[in-house]
Design a protein around this ligand. Structure first.
Ligand code: SF4
Length: 102
């Protein structure tokens, strides 16, 4: 399989997994679909290069145990959504977040 094809396949697997998470958690994907596509692409690239879907907005340490907290949905996202209305990467937002956020 070509590398681009593999990343696309990973991206769709991650999208499906995180959509299920979104339904369970009550958080929703950012209404800005470009943000969603960019972050899902970043997650897929990280899964391809580092073996796990680490947050594309954080720097991994290389320590598997420490970095486990960065696998999306990461350890911090609930607190961030509660505080800011969205996670650090802006992938997940509260259901109340209006459309068209920056
Ligand atoms: S900040 Fe958002 S996109 Fe990044 S890992 Fe956490 S939940 Fe996922």
């Amino acid at each position: 399989m070509e590398r681009d094809e593999k990343i696309e396949q990973l991206k769709e697997e991650i999208r499906a997994r995180l959509q299920r998470y979104s339904q369970r958690s009550g958080f929703r994907f950012n209404p800005d679909s470009q943000v969603v596509e960019d972050i899902l692409s970043g997650l897929a690239a990280r899964q391809s290069s580092k073996g796990k879907a680490y947050c594309p907005c954080r720097t991994t340490s290389g320590n598997v145990k420490t970095d486990a907290k960065m696998v999306c949905p990461c350890f911090w996202h609930r607190d961030e959504i509660e505080r800011d209305g969205m996670c650090h990467c802006k992938l997940f937002t509260t259901p109340e977040m209006p459309n068209g956020i920056e």
